[in-house]
Design a protein around this ligand. Structure first.
Ligand code: AMP
Ligand code: GLY
Length: 448
């Protein structure tokens, strides 16, 4: 099987690396990929701008054209943007089985309003909320409910669309920014304003195979993976500005079986029932962003894809063939697929460019010692680095989040030690990373 993987981050490097382990995978074409996927076995990057056969083809139309030209018989979509733009619909129409929901399902991430309407309609445990298109009505709601309160821009905003407001003034200011000054453009024209939830956050990634046909046959299902936790703040102790993710761990050891069964009953099952009731064709991954509150787990958000950097911590724990899982998602046999997980833990801290999440330099050579390159049970997943001529790794930085070091251990402490020992063997100018990934006090707690 020849597979097209869409995306260019650390998540996509982990996806390609895991797919390449499958005996049934002959080649992976990563579009556009990065310096990590370029060097992975069975994997080849494809730059659409450098493809003569794509002349005159634009937007998401390039993907069916690439699949056809390259002979790919499956596609795995990494990020949310192409899914929201309908890439899965187009690929299926072109006869390419695709891992990633069609646009109706993708709206569960692309629109916070659609997501909340879905949650409320199908009684998924979540924060109470209301949606506003009128700034005056939004302000009145904030004044009635008081702070703390959470203001969310409806559309995709690359993590900049949520304000957890400690005071009424902050919440009113967010309304002015999003609706008045249109700081996020169209994404902020509609707002969801919701109840503030306190607790610790976890992520549950899951495989989904729902179509009207599989629902009729009793085969529609959502299969959760091991739990994971991202660390979004820049600095140790969950301080500093929000980022795309400074590191992840899996599984999370402070989640109780009671919390997981409450998640199953009050979030996962109603989500599945909702997808079936709404006739969705959702064959892909879903990411449940949860707040573990005193009142049980509540759903903060759906992402319609695997999380980044959670994927870099979860995929190394798979004790099954990932390519076959993807096949089962697309052909309706997921319910019978044996998902078994390795015992043990992964700790995956992320190294970022100095200055990130604000301005940072690019093009800095990455150096990795032989010991770090060959550390057992450790994998370096590249995110923002590209291939370049140099005397070291042949890689230079090209993004804010540069790489994740994913280390496996029988205990969490072994995984953590291995990850940071390898991190110590990696250098680039102004490199920065958190030193507390997975430690108590490192997780986002939702506290203001
Ligand atoms: P979202 O994109 O909706 O997941 O929101 C981004 C982040 O904002 C989450 O990871 C939480 O840390 C925080 N957040 C979102 N909604 C709430 C809420 N209702 N209460 C407290 N914190 C929230
Ligand atoms: N780790 C959070 C996300 O992928 O959006």
């Amino acid at each position: 099987m020849k597979i097209m993987v869409i995306g260019s981050g650390g998540r996509e490097h982990a996806i390609c690396w895991t797919l390449a382990k499958s005996p049934s995978v002959t080649e992976i074409v990563c579009v556009p990929g990065n310096g990590g996927t370029a060097a992975e076995s069975k994997c080849r990057n494809l730059d659409p701008a450098a493809c003569a056969y794509l002349d005159g083809v634009s937007g998401t139309d390039i993907y069916p054209a690439i699949a056809r030209h390259e002979g790919c018989t499956m596609a795995v979509v990494g990020p949310e943007d192409p899914l929201a733009a309908g890439v899965a619909d187009e690929l299926w129409n072109a006869g390419v089985p695709t891992v990633g929901p069609k646009s109706k399902g993708a709206a569960l991430e692309a629109s916070k309003d659609v997501a909340k309407q879905f949650m409320h309609a199908h009684r998924v445990a979540c924060a109470t909320s209301e949606t506003f298109t009128d700034a005056e009505a939004a302000r009145a709601y904030i004044k009635t409910h008081g702070a703390p309160i959470v203001v969310k821009a409806d559309g995709l905003a690359a993590g900049k669309g949520v304000v957890v407001a400690a005071t009424e003034a902050d919440a009113l200011n967010a309304v002015d920014e999003f609706m008045g000054k249109e700081t996020l453009g169209a994404a902020g024209k509609k707002l969801v304003i919701e109840e503030y939830l306190q607790g610790v956050e976890i992520s549950v990634l899951a495989a989904v195979s729902v179509t009207p046909e599989s629902a009729k046959a009793g085969k529609a299902c959502i299969v959760p993976f091991v739990t994971a936790r991202d660390h979004k703040r820049l600095l140790d102790g969950a301080k500093g500005p929000n980022t795309g993710g400074m590191g992840a761990v899996a599984p999370v050891s402070d989640v109780t079986p009671e919390q997981m069964s409450a998640f199953d009953e009050r979030i996962l099952k109603p989500t599945l029932a909702g997808m079936i009731a709404e006739n969705m064709d959702y064959r892909g991954f879903i990411f449940f962003g949860l707040m573990l509150t005193a009142d049980g787990p509540k759903l903060l958000e759906y992402n319609v894809r695997l999380g980044d950097p959670e994927t870099q911590a979860v995929l190394p724990l798979m004790d099954f063939d990932f390519a076959e899982l993807c096949r089962a998602i697309t052909n309706g046999t997921l319910k019978d697929f044996p998902c078994t997980w390795k015992p043990g833990f992964v700790c995956a801290p992320v190294a970022v460019s100095g200055g990130y999440p604000h301005a940072y330099k690019k093009g800095l050579p990455l150096r990795v010692t032989e010991k770090a390159k060959n550390a057992p049970d450790v994998k370096i997943f590249i995110a923002g680095a590209k291939t370049a001529e140099n005397d070291g790794t042949g890689l230079v930085t090209s993004g804010g989040r540069v790489l994740a070091v994913s280390a496996y251990g029988e205990t969490f402490e072994q995984a953590r030690r291995a990850a940071y020992e390898t991190m110590a063997g990696i250098t680039f100018t102004d490199m920065f990373f958190r030193t507390d990934i997975g430690l108590p006090g490192a997780a986002e707690s939702g506290a203001l």
